[in-house]
Design a protein around this ligand. Structure first.
Ligand SMILES: C[S@@+](CC[C@H](N)C(=O)[O-])C[C@H]1O[C@@H](n2cnc3c(N)ncnc32)[C@H](O)[C@@H]1O
Length: 382
């Protein structure tokens, strides 16, 4: 079995070589062993389900998982596996991917002496990295799940970091520690809480994985202004689980596809790659088409079905892709014509001259949030 020091050194070397880990964060990554923050049971995906890997059963496999450049699932179904036999359905807490952690810490642009509020403590690894660089007294983290918070608090303490870990809804921030120089959410939001702007000093930065039902996600970097508003731009491509209170409804082929024989049938010549495979297009479609979750179902030998599901209204659409085809059969069911909505949003994006992700901006004020393209004068109705 490879020892943790070797595995950690290999991960740091890989992240440095790929350019994800910038020099100012390297010492912190070297000093904070990730495996000390990962619980003894982690979960791996097996078909549509999540099955446990126990450290006691296979220490080597567990340790390898701690040091791959991938997220590690650390809690399912809010702590109680939903399926019989310790099998989980939904990921509810995880250690984020190391390259994403490195990218977000670089984007946070912290300097010694600054204070940081983290939303979504999870394992505590990211909080430990921040504490290693800034000092524990400058880091506060909020976690909604009491069990997860207690575990992170213990792991941080045992690793020598006296970070404040508060249990509660991170959308409310941590008023008693405000104002902060930086807020970093390691959990996604579609409606960005204004509280985070209120609890940040003017000129400070708020980093939020921003998500829509169609597209997860975009890393928004906001700057807080003297007028109290914060204005953000997309600076990266990161996917996160949502704030617990903004979860919405999970999409599931088994639950959401029904009455297939009643579907309306048509054809399209718009290739599914054009709506799902192109980051900029898929992001823009997500801005326009609410409550629509795509699921790609491989059918073997290059064939696949793209499902569009609206678990709220029960509408669904399916596009069948065959290799080499230029026209694709469509089926749509329910009160919405989901494929048409997606196609119209794609045309809308085309009509705007296909803006890239970095041209979208979001402003968050006490009155709510609004989206814009290039400047606040060009507001986009959603
Ligand atoms: C991807 S994990 C965070 C990873 C973590 N920063 C780490 O280093 O391991 C997201 C976490 O956000 C938590 N969360 C979800 N909704 C929240 C909320 N409203 N307030 C605070 N934490 C929340 C989840 O319970 C989960 O532990």
């Amino acid at each position: 079995m490879t020892d943790p020091t070797t595995l950690s050194a290999r991960l740091v070397a890989d992240l440095t070589a790929s350019g994800d880990l910038v020099p100012v964060w390297r010492a912190a990554f070297e000093a904070v062993p990730r495996h000390r923050f990962i619980p003894d049971t982690v979960w791996v995906e097996d078909d549509d389900r999540l099955v446990p890997v126990d450290r006691a059963e296979d220490e080597g496999a567990w340790l390898e998982r701690c040091y791959v450049n991938d997220f590690v699932v650390t809690q399912v179904d809010d702590g109680v596996p939903a399926e019989p036999g310790r099998v989980g359905r939904e990921i509810t807490s995880s250690a984020s991917r190391p390259d994403v952690v490195a990218l977000m810490l670089a984007a946070l642009e912290v300097e010694p002496g600054m204070s940081v509020l983290e939303i979504g403590t999870g394992t505590g690894w990211n909080a430990a990295l921040l504490a290693e660089r800034l000092g524990s007294e400058r880091v506060t983290s909020v976690e909604v799940d009491p069990q997860v918070a207690a575990r992170a608090r213990r792991a941080l303490r045992e690793a020598g970091y006296g970070v404040t870990v508060a249990t509660g809804d991170g959308a409310l921030g941590h008023p008693s520690g405000a104002p902060f120089d930086r807020v970093i959410a390691t959990v996604a939001a579609d409606r960005v809480p204004y509280t985070w702007a209120e609890q940040t000093r003017p000129g400070g930065r708020v980093l939020v994985p921003w998500t829509t039902d169609f597209h997860n996600g975009a890393l928004m970097s906001f700057q807080v202004s003297r007028d109290g508003a914060m204005r953000g731009r997309i600076v990266g491509n990161v996917a996160f689980m949502r704030l617990r209170q903004q979860r919405g409804r999970p999409a599931s082929l088994a639950r959401d596809v029904h009455r297939e024989d009643e579907a309306r049938r048509s054809f399209t010549d718009l290739h599914p790659y054009a709506v799902l495979g192109e980051y900029d297009a898929s992001l823009a479609i997500g801005l326009k088409v609410p409550r629509c979750k795509p699921v790609v179902e491989p059918r073997g030998e290059g064939s696949y079905t793209v499902w569009l599901l609206d678990p709220w209204s029960g509408s669904w659409a399916a596009l069948e892709h065959e290799p080499g085809a230029e026209r694709f059969p469509i089926r749509q069911f329910g009160e919405r014509n989901l494929w048409q909505e997606v196609r119209d949003a794609c045309r809308w994006w085309d009509g705007l001259d296909r803006p890239t992700a970095d041209r979208w901006g979001l402003t968050v004020t006490s009155a709510g949030q609004f989206l814009w393209l290039d400047t606040e004068d060009h507001r986009i109705d959603r």
